[in-house]
Design a protein around this ligand. Structure first.
Ligand code: HPA
Length: 279
């Protein structure tokens, strides 16, 4: 068996020794959704540190664990905390939790993050539906021997973000009176923020927001046939737009401010997705 697939299955087995929960949907809780556990009826929690071979976040305040439970009666597995490439993990390790959730049975995945706004019509505190992404500046998580059990060697990326799920996000936002923005998300390796010239370049290339996660997760999830959707919390305007330096605390403060709105959107979305007919 492919070595990487063996590793994922080893993690899966350890989880299965603790719970037989079958999630319909996976949710990656980015900044702004750190307290989402309180909106879930949690039936089981597994800290990543209890899964041997699992990457554990080194970022302060990024508590890492799987939460298994229900939102509006829909069975979900949520990742509270993710690992990033800039922490020094290889890309296959960064996406290992995503693949594990896929193998746990999740058919749908919602990816969330905090991002810098590149589109000049955005403001800090906005929520952006991720319509597409730019992965050209980072290493692909699919490099290495292909895991045939998950997907093909050369996967199509022309529709990573599922049209029906994106429509559910629009519907949920409209239900809540949220002025949802839309755009393409570009991932950098980080951990440094961008320069103003890089942001100008990214805008020219068609990016609306920039961040240090999510794209590789979307690629891995799409590769294995999960239906993907994503939402960015615009936590700050990207470098050079406002006359002020960027800080992690600004990112955190804005994300915390809109947490309530973000949580409501996600709960309605999960309910909508729970009502979709299987395709
Ligand atoms: N750049 C990169 N990543 C980010 C930003 C940003 O401006 N804001 C939040 N994550």
């Amino acid at each position: 068996m492919n070595k990487e697939f063996e590793k994922i299955n080893h993690c899966l087995k350890q989880i299965r020794n603790k719970t037989d929960f079958e999630p319909l949907m996976a949710v990656v809780l980015g900044s702004g959704l750190g307290a989402y556990a309180s909106k879930m009826e949690v039936v089981c929690e597994i800290p990543y540190s209890e899964i041997s071979g699992f990457p554990v976040s080194t970022v302060q305040g990024h508590d890492g664990r799987f939460l298994f439970g229900y939102v509006e009666g829909v069975p979900i597995v949520a990742m509270k905390g993710r690992v990033h490439f800039y922490e020094g993990y290889a890309m296959n390790e960064v996406v290992l939790p995503i693949r594990t959730m896929g193998l746990l049975g999740a058919k749908y995945i919602l990816l969330t993050n905090a991002a810098g706004g590149i589109d000049l019509d955005f403001s800090p505190g906005d929520l952006m539906l991720i319509k597409d992404h730019i992965s050209s500046f980072i290493r692909s998580p699919l490099i290495g021997e292909n895991i045939e059990e998950l997907g093909v060697r050369f996967p199509d990326m022309s529709r990573v973000y599922d049209a029906e799920l994106s429509e559910c996000i629009r519907k949920a936002a409209s239900c809540e009176g949220i002025d949802l923005k839309e755009g393409s998300y570009l991932q950098t390796s980080g951990p440094q923020f961008e320069t103003p010239t890089e942001i100008k370049m990214f805008r020219t290339l068609g990016a609306s927001a920039v961040g240090m996660s999510t794209v590789v997760e979307a690629i891995a999830a799409h590769h294995m046939g999960m239906r993907v959707c994503g939402i960015s919390c615009i936590s700050n305007m990207a470098a050079g737009i406002l006359d002020q330096p960027l800080t992690h605390s600004e990112v955190q403060t804005t994300a915390d401010k809109i947490a309530h709105k973000f949580e409501r959107l996600v709960s309605i979305l999960i309910k909508e997705i729970g009502q979709l007919k299987e395709v």
